[in-house]
Design a protein around this ligand. Structure first.
Ligand SMILES: Nc1ncnc2c1ncn2[C@@H]1O[C@H](COP(=O)(O)OP(=O)(O)OP(=O)(O)O)[C@@H](O)[C@H]1O
Ligand SMILES: [Mg+2]
Length: 567
């Protein structure tokens, strides 16, 4: 039977190792989280700087528009909008392919001279940023506009012109071809998967490397307070993007640069995952190793040693465990068990020998007692033969019968191996036979036996046999006078309440119980009843025979529970 108490060694090891590894694992995880935070911050910075770098060509175009406008605004013919103004603007524009037009507007916004002649007279005050230009001194970029002359999208740069008194005196406008800006954006080398766009203050896209995605990501998102800002957004397919927006040269034009989160943070996520899961994996692998090692190196051998112990328990002391491949500690334990088995085996052998010797001695004693009792019986016989008095002869005969009963018990005890337990059936049958042989003489009295099989202790066997001798003697002596014939039954049967009943029944003359003169025999009978915890009874009816019985606890019956004292 497997008795187990408390946690197994395997579980204890797992618990301890987990406990020991947990602090460094948690430290590593915390470090991983800190690293991930730093990585994310670095990536935000990187996003902003990439946005700025990628926007540099577009910014250069706007800067050159500003510089050209500044230079031209210094020319008197341009400032005054004279006849040469248009020619000057046209010749200034000639080498710069990304300018689609240049024009001088008066204080009301009407074009007074332009590189493209057909734009003269157009009201430019309706174009975006006109209002802003009126209040500013610096070059202003309009954002996305539609050219009323060329009928295509442009970005308008407006340089406010002021007269000697500092009053607003119209603008010098540079129309930049949006197609050029788009071309420049698309030709810039951007990280794979990224999207870049330039848009105006109202969120109108001016140019983009991927208009479909840029439209959803950057719509209406200016940098906060003009500072470069990092935000997140989702495109139409639900993909997450992180993007940076920054002001591009002038307050009205912004650049946005976006990367999908998976691309941008992929590496950071991977590193964080490694920082997080590596310690856990370490604990898991350690636990696995402990599990396997304890199973292969410990549990297996312990189960084997348990089997060895079971073999010793069932007396196979010669068995020696083979622990060549077991760990040295278990080998030591195995050796200790072997030594113990050897010692137990030696002691067991010497005990067996002692017991066998003792049994032999006891048998010998029974044998001698039996022989001595037989000698006593012979002496009594000799004595009886020399007596003339019949009563004295009878007394000696009765005594011989009693001694015979004792001798019989000792003979049986000598014959059997277990010197303490006697087969009552065998004892009583032989007793009935021998006693009747001593009494019947020439009379026709049949002695029958009906005995349930029982084994009882030798003490009880002596009392039962003395009782039987006494009762059978009475039946022979008193039951059948004048050479009557009859029957004597010796019965041992089960009585109610876990009791046995030993009875000697005769169908002799019986006697009147009130006239009975109790002698030694009947007193002995009652004493025997008390000695074996039972009760003796003599019942007789004149002419109908006598029953002498003893009812006593059956040694084979299950022990009865004592009744409660309170009941
Ligand atoms: N089976 C029997 N049949 C008829 N009478 C009996 C029977 N058993 C006993 N008695 C009567 O009971 C009396 C008492 O018996 P008890 O055994 O005590 O004495 P005893 O046999 O006379 O002498 P002893 O002391 O030697 O046994 C006997 O004397 C006899 O009269
Ligand atoms: Mg008697």
């Amino acid at each position: 039977m497997l008795r187990s108490s408390g946690r197994s060694l395997r579980l204890r090891l797992l618990l301890w190792v987990s406990l020991v590894l947990l602090p460094p694992a948690l430290l590593s995880i915390a470090q991983g989280i800190a690293n991930a935070r730093r990585d994310v911050a670095d990536l935000h910075e990187h996003l902003i700087s990439t946005a700025r770098t990628a926007a540099a060509p577009a910014e250069n175009i706007l800067a050159s528009a500003r510089d050209v406008a500044r230079a031209l605004s210094q020319l008197p013919q341009v400032r005054d909008g004279t006849a040469e103004c248009g020619a000057d603007l046209a010749s200034a524009m000639r080498g710069i392919s990304f300018f689609s037009n240049m024009a001088r507007t008066n204080v009301h916004g009407r074009i007074v001279c332009a590189a493209l002649q057909n734009s003269i007279g157009i009201d430019a005050s309706r174009l975006p940023a006109w209002g802003l230009a009126q209040t500013q001194d610096e070059f202003v970029v309009s954002g996305l506009a539609h050219s009323p002359v060329q009928h295509r999208p442009i970005v308008l740069g407006l340089l406010p012109i002021r007269d000697q008194t500092g009053r607003f005196d119209g603008t010098l406008d540079v129309a930049i071809d949006v197609g050029w800006l788009s071309g420049i954006l698309k030709s810039s080398r951007l990280p794979a998967g990224s999207v870049m766009a330039i848009f105006d203050r109202d969120g109108n896209m001016i140019a983009s490397t991927n208009p479909a995605i840029a439209g959803t990501i950057f719509a209406h998102r200016k940098p906060a307070d003009g500072e470069a800002t990092v935000r997140t957004a989702e495109d139409k397919s639900g993909m997450a993007w992180t993007y940076a927006t920054a002001t591009l040269l002038a307050p009205n034009v912004y650049v946005g640069f976006a990367m999908p989160d998976t691309k941008l943070f992929g590496e950071a996520y991977r590193r964080a995952a490694i920082d997080f899961f590596l310690p856990l994996l370490m604990i898991l692998l350690t636990s696995l190793a402990i599990w396997i090692v304890t199973d292969r190196q410990l549990t297996r051998w312990i189960i084997y040693l348990k089997r060895v112990a079971a073999a010793y328990r069932s007396g196979h002391y010669a068995f020696r465990p083979s622990l060549d491949e077991a760990p040295s500690e278990l080998k030591l334990l195995g050796d200790a068990m072997s030594d113990m088995a050897e010692a137990v085996s030696d002691r067991d052998r010497s005990l067996r020998e002692a017991v066998a010797q003792k049994s032999l001695l006891i048998k010998e004693i029974h044998h001698r007692v039996k022989n001595n009792l037989q000698v006593v019986m012979s002496l009594l016989s000799l004595q009886a033969n020399r007596l003339k008095d019949f009563a004295a002869q009878e007394a000696l005969r009765d005594t011989r019968a009693r001694i015979n009963a004792l001798a019989l018990v000792h003979r049986i005890l000598y014959e059997i191996d277990d010197e303490n337990t006697i087969d009552v059936q065998k004892l009583l049958e032989q007793l009935a036979e021998q006693t009747s042989e001593g009494f019947s003489g020439e009379r026709d009295i049949v002695v029958t036996t009906d005995i349930v099989p029982r084994f009882v202790h030798s003490d009880m066997a002596i009392i039962l046999s003395l009782f039987a001798v006494e009762a059978i003697t009475n039946a022979f002596k008193h039951g059948f006078p004048d050479y009557r014939s009859g029957e004597i039954r010796l019965v041992l049967d089960e009585a109610a309440g876990g009791m046995l009943r030993l009875a000697v029944e005769d169908n002799g003359i019986g006697f009147n119980e009130t006239d009975m003169r109790a002698s030694l025999g009947s007193r002995l009978i009652r004493t025997f009843g008390q000695q074996i915890g039972g009760k003796a009874e003599i019942r007789s009816t004149v002419g109908k025979g006598t029953t002498i019985e003893i009812v006593f606890p059956d040694p084979a019956a299950p022990k009865m529970r004592k009744p409660d004292c309170a009941a």
